[in-house]
Each structure stands twice: as C-alpha cells, then as structure tokens.
Design a protein around this ligand. Structure first.
Ligand SMILES: [Zn+2]
Length: 115
C-alpha cells in the first residue's frame, strides 16, 4: 500500500530528525492506514458476496404455488426449499414426502404444490 509505505518512510525520517511528536503522529497515521486497508478488504469482500447473491437470485425460478424453487441453470431441475433459500440462500433439496407433499429436512418446511 503506497500510503502505508509513505507514512513508514516519513516516520523513519522523523525518527532520524528526532522529532518525537511528528514520529508519534506518523505512527498513528500508519495504524489508521492499516485499519482503513483492513476495512477496505472487508468491504470489497462484502460487495463481491452481494454481487454473487444477486447473480444467484436472478437464476431462481419461483412458482405460483410457492412449494419449491428451482434454478434456471440446473438441467436436473432439482426442487429446493424456498424457506431455506429465503433465509440463508441455502440450497436444501425438498424430498417427496407423503402423496404430493414435499418436505425440507433442514427446516421442516412441508409444502404441497396443489394446495
Ligand atoms: Zn428448508
């Protein structure tokens, strides 16, 4: 990081000049630069996750019955729990339960596309 390197060099120069106040101020600035860098990395990661989430959400196929969801790019057309997807964006496959009913083993959501 160029800013951090600049502050390190400036702190070194202040130390050589025996300017204690300037040296301390530059050390503080270095620390703040590191904190900003860390925050910047975290924010970039959050942006990337949000972009990934949005891209995934655009692939979701929702049905009027709301019993399950599928994904456009899934050739097997697996039926996933809409509740788990809505809560944590987890793909939990719905299992055929009794008659026309589907059940999610993760959250216990029971649905019937005919109801
Ligand atoms: Zn579920």
């Amino acid at each position: 990081m160029a800013l951090y390197d600049f502050l390190r060099d400036a702190a070194s120069a202040a130390q050589k000049a025996k300017n204690v106040e300037l040296f301390q101020a530059l050390l503080d600035a270095q620390q703040q630069a590191l904190e900003l860098q860390t925050e910047n990395v975290e924010l970039r990661k959050t942006i990337e996750e949000l972009q990934d989430s949005k891209a995934l959400e655009e692939k979701v196929v929702r049905y009027e019955h709301g019993a399950f969801i599928t994904f456009r790019d899934d050739e097997r057309n697996i039926q996933y729990c809409p509740s788990c997807w809505g809560t944590d964006m987890k793909r939990i496959q719905m299992k055929r339960w009794i008659c026309e009913t589907f059940k999610c083993h993760a959250c216990g959501n029971e649905t019937n596309p005919r109801m």
